[in-house]
Write a protein that binds this ligand. Structure first.
Ligand code: ATP
Length: 372
């Protein structure tokens, strides 16, 4: 099985920086695993340890069920694609791609066949005679992918391969890499700080922060069932709203007190909060912008989940509008709502919005762990 398995892997650099902390991660064969997290969270270091470019301080790395801790990079049967694709400038596209096959002393005819096959898949057949400087950024990135592909590695490692491209090309290459992965069926470990790339490309995502892997799951689970406030806040755009509130037991159920506003907690959640000892305690609530509604219909159906706000700003995005709101009360909090572009809300308006309480999250104030 050409998977990758990390067991309790640590990296402490000579200067004392503990960049990767006890990471255990299994990447199955043919899987597209994305390591995502903010700058400095340890994703590149993790990838470099898989590649053999960085020594492991402790723990074990397996590729294809074989322990590779002491195996040099060149013997690991992996191919890496970086953001600066580092093509050989004096070689043509054909030569750039065939270089590694020449080194392997592959017969000429076979080399041609391999390069042409890769070029066809990447739609760069017309460019084979050009030099890298005669190519656009996207075309260069494809050549870099082609160069990695012809090696037929067990595992592809990609470190922010799209970050040098403009926004439009990035979107295009994103789906091309996904298609390529499906066609080749190779195991991929892909590093990015971009949560949209992670969500759209990964079959599974590992969210990292401070050298630690917080959650590993498929994109939908990461979005819908984040294990803590960090994961909830990192994935999703505009980001989830965090509201500090008090859980109070009332005569008709449990309520979340948000400054001057009181919203009713559905019984399903109330049971969990009670069982876990959060009744009459402060919590961190999380609500995604798409679950904050300004339409009358929703408000009429959910009279006990309404918050009074002032519109501070509106952003027209085309298919949707983002409302930047501030609650009315003694200790106002901010709230972003993702609403229909037909909204009548304008900056300065006082409006009421309703929270979809079936889709609210609760986190412990101290540990920030999700309360499920
Ligand atoms: P980015 O998205 O900015 O590339 P990253 O998540 O890939 O970030 P790493 O490059 O893995 O993060 O770095 C993790 C931590 O280790 C950072 O604090 C970084 O400063 C530190 N670090 C990386 N390389 C070294 C090194 N050679 N010596 C000392 N510290 C290092």
């Amino acid at each position: 099985m050409a998977g990758v398995n990390l067991i309790n892997v640590n990296k402490v650099f000579p200067n004392g920086v503990h960049a990767v902390k006890n990471v255990s991660l299994r990447v199955d064969e043919k899987e597209f695993m994305v390591l995502v997290g903010p700058s400095g969270c340890g994703k590149t270091t993790t990838l470099r340890m898989i590649a053999g470019l960085e020594e492991v301080s402790s723990g074990e790395v397996f590729i294809d069920d074989k322990r590779v801790n002491d195996l040099p990079a060149k013997n690991r049967d992996i191919a890496m694609v970086f953001q600066n694709y580092a093509l050989y400038p004096h070689m043509t596209v054909f030569e750039n791609i065939s270089f590694v096959l020449e080194l392997r002393k592959m017969p000429r005819e076979e080399i041609k066949r391999c390069v042409n096959e890769a070029a066809q898949m990447l739609e760069i057949t017309d460019l084979l005679k050009r030099k890298p400087k005669q190519l656009s950024g996207g075309q260069r990135q494809r050549v870099a992918l082609g160069r990695a592909m012809v090696r037929e590695p067990k595992v592809f490692l990609m470190d922010e391969p799209l970050s040098n491209l403009d926004a439009k090309l990035r979107v295009q290459m994103r789906s091309e890499i996904s298609k390529l992965h499906r066609r080749l069926g190779t195991t991929v470990v892909y590093v990015t700080h971009d949560q949209v790339e992670a969500m759209t490309m990964g079959t599974r995502i590992a969210v990292m922060h401070g050298g630690v892997v917080h959650q590993v799951a498929d994109p939908q689970t990461i979005y819908e069932k984040p294990v803590n406030a960090f994961v909830a806040g990192f994935i999703g755009s505009p980001a989830i709203n965090f509201l500090r509130g008090d859980i109070v037991e009332g005569t008709n159920g449990m309520w979340l007190n948000l400054d001057n506003n009181k919203v009713n907690i559905p019984e399903g959640y109330a049971k969990v909060l009670r069982a876990r000892g959060y009744a009459n305690k402060a919590v961190l609530a999380g609500i995604r912008p798409e679950n904050v509604h300004d339409d009358e219909q929703f408000m009429a159906n959910s009279p006990h989940s309404v918050v009074e706000t002032v519109v501070e700003n509106t952003e027209l995005m085309g298919p949707e509008t983002h409302l930047y709101l501030r609650s009315v009360g003694h200790s106002p909090f901010n709230l972003v709502a993702r609403v229909s572009p037909r909204t009548k809300a304008r900056p300065g308006n006082n409006i009421r919005v309703a929270l979809d309480m079936e889709r609210i999250y609760f986190f412990d104030l101290n540990t920030e762990a999700a309360i499920y």
